[in-house]
Design a protein around this ligand. Structure first.
Ligand code: XBP
Ligand code: MG
Length: 234
């Protein structure tokens, strides 16, 4: 793993799209939820690419109703919360069945950072339960203990692209932005971390490959293919 990562006191990871390509699992969980609740909604992958610009599952459903005027009947916030609870349960079940794996180089970078004595953080829009489900199914049952700070979307006032999750992660880590590196896959994540002064390394994911990553320290295909040369900082 290149020396580049050793320059920081902490590495803070985004979850969806960065630790793993989870968005297809989210999309399937949403669609199965819509079926379960008798709705005729179907989020095809081209539509989901657009919908992902709105972070957070509950916010995404509300945006879908507003932007696509799909429901004549009033859908209340409580309806959305109820559907989202069902979706979160389905997400964990599908994840457990499908054996989702981490993206290339993630496990190695986490192990190397721990060996160097660096702190590790997570700053995500999804829920803490989903983070725990992903970490335990990929890194083992005690995986969350490897992280010094985990901040999830519903634990702050505003989701990405607002900086709230990164502000809270920095508080919990006891560090300043420039002492950390954020690893993200999306423009929303880049904007969120950048506002706190954290430099951002981007590994684009399936659904974010067309995002604008201006302002990132570097954009690399994945963490396994990083070399000092490709980072342009060697
Ligand atoms: C990505 C997201 C999330 C997931 C759905 O979050 O926008 O909203 O698509 O998660 P990140 P929930 O990349 O910051 O981890 O349905 O649990 O909100
Ligand atoms: Mg992401």
């Amino acid at each position: 793993m290149p020396e580049f990562f050793g320059r920081f006191r902490a590495l803070i990871f985004d979850v969806d799209g960065t630790l793993a390509e989870t968005e297809e699992v989210h999309r399937r969980a949403f669609n199965e939820t819509f079926d379960h609740f008798g709705l005729q909604w179907k989020w095809e992958s081209a539509l989901y690419r657009e919908l992902l610009k709105v972070t957070g599952g509950k916010e995404r459903m509300r945006h879908f109703i507003d932007a696509y005027a799909v429901e004549d009947a009033v859908v209340t916030d409580e309806d959305i919360s109820q559907m989202h609870r069902f979706k979160t349960e389905r997400y964990a079940q599908i994840l457990a069945q499908s054996g989702c794996c981490l993206r290339p180089g993630i496990a190695e970078l986490i192990a190397a950072a721990r060996a160097r004595g660096q702190k590790l953080g997570i700053a995500t829009t999804t829920s803490r339960g989903n983070v725990e489900a992903l970490l335990s199914s990929t890194l083992g049952p005690d995986a969350t203990k490897q992280f010094d700070a985990i901040v999830a979307g519903d634990e702050v006032a505003r989701k990405k692209p607002a900086p709230d999750v990164y502000i809270k992660a920095l508080e919990l880590l006891g560090l300043s932005g420039h002492e950390c590196l954020a690893i993200e896959d999306s423009r929303n994540g880049l904007l969120s971390a950048s506002q706190t002064g954290i430099p951002v390394l981007i590994t684009p994911s399936h659904y974010t490959s067309d995002d604008d990553f201006a302002g990132a320290v570097a954009v690399v295909k994945n963490l396994a293919e990083i070399g000092e040369t490709s980072l342009g900082i060697g």
